[in-house]
Design a protein around this ligand. Sequence first.
Ligand code: CTP
Length: 398
Amino acid sequence: MNLSGRRVVLGVSGGIASYKACTIARRLTEAGAAVDVVLTASAAEFIRPVTFEALTGRPVLTSLWDRGEALSHIEYAKNPDAIVVAPATANLIARAAQGIADDLLTAILLAATQPIAIAPAMNDDMYAHPSTQQNLQRLADRGWELLGPARGSLAEGPSDRPGRMLEPEEIVAHVVRLLRQATSRWNGLRVVVTAGPTREPIDPVRVITNPSTGRMGYALASAAFTRGSDVTLISGPSLLEPPTGVETITVETTEDMLAAVSAAVKTADVLIMAAAPADYVVKEPFREKRPRTDGPLALTLEPTPDILRSIANVKPHNCKVVGFALEVGDGAVERAREKLRAKALDLIVMNRADEAGAGFESETNRVTLITEKSEQHIESLPKSAVAEKIFDSVEALL
Ligand code: CTP
């Protein structure tokens, strides 16, 4: 994600979660955005402005009178592409909902016309209180985006009720989506991504599977979310956290994945099959755990259904379909091209299983993007950057 040229006002109000705003400021700055941090007086009690100045390389404002300019709140309200308040305390939410502008942050919020997102963070009883709920509803009705809160432990102890601020990485994903929304071709498109391996049982405790981690598919689902799409991720077993903002459906076998993809693809604009479904299923799995014996064990395997071929008649006519080809040895591009045709794909992403820093279990990938008419080699990049390249290519086909 490249946010250069984009401006964000990050408002921070005074809750214990204020320290997490440092990570938000840092991530957005790393992505190239100019981040202007505005602290309420109580936030400045939790975190000193100098911390944010060091993280963003920009001055931090805490008061309407900081620069001796009475109109700084108007300037700060008009310039950014988006405003995010994280954490947003119950008090900040109440003041904003009433249109009170008694400090710099609330004055900016009152003068702002661009998208605003807030990440509530407070004690679970304060969040559940009808006053807070009504205030939040009022802000949502005004078009403000409410990010969270999550359930989970609070500063004062464990809780299973909402109140805890979303994690900084989740908030950043929402802010990036907000920033991209104005210009994105992907707004409102339905994108279905598959990821990870599948598992076929041998007996109740043994499976046939492969070393796919799901990283490439999860990176694609995250990228589709930040581009503004409605994303469904259909994932085989994976240790990865479900991506922010994405409907994640978990499946076990290739047959399960086929059923989930067949249902989801009916309304999809784009399907990306990044999963590595197991190609074989045991014809007659043992019902009970089979004790180990000394002699060889013969299993009869049958091919699993090919998901891409099976959905050809279910998918909408104009749904773009992207497949992956995991290849080894010479002639990889040619074999990928054959798969492109055989599986009636719009784009195939060729990656290699016999190359360090690519394919399964790698943080990076080196891919060739192949369409009927083009071939683009992309040097080794983190999978998140590869995902962006893939979407750039699909965008050209939309
Ligand atoms: N695929 C699928 N259904 C399967 C197996 C694979 O839809 N049962 C998809 C993969 O998600 C990928 C594409 O088909 O997008 C190509 O997968 P790949 O494993 O490279 O090719 P295969 O068709 O399985 O052929 P081979 O393993 O012989 O190379």
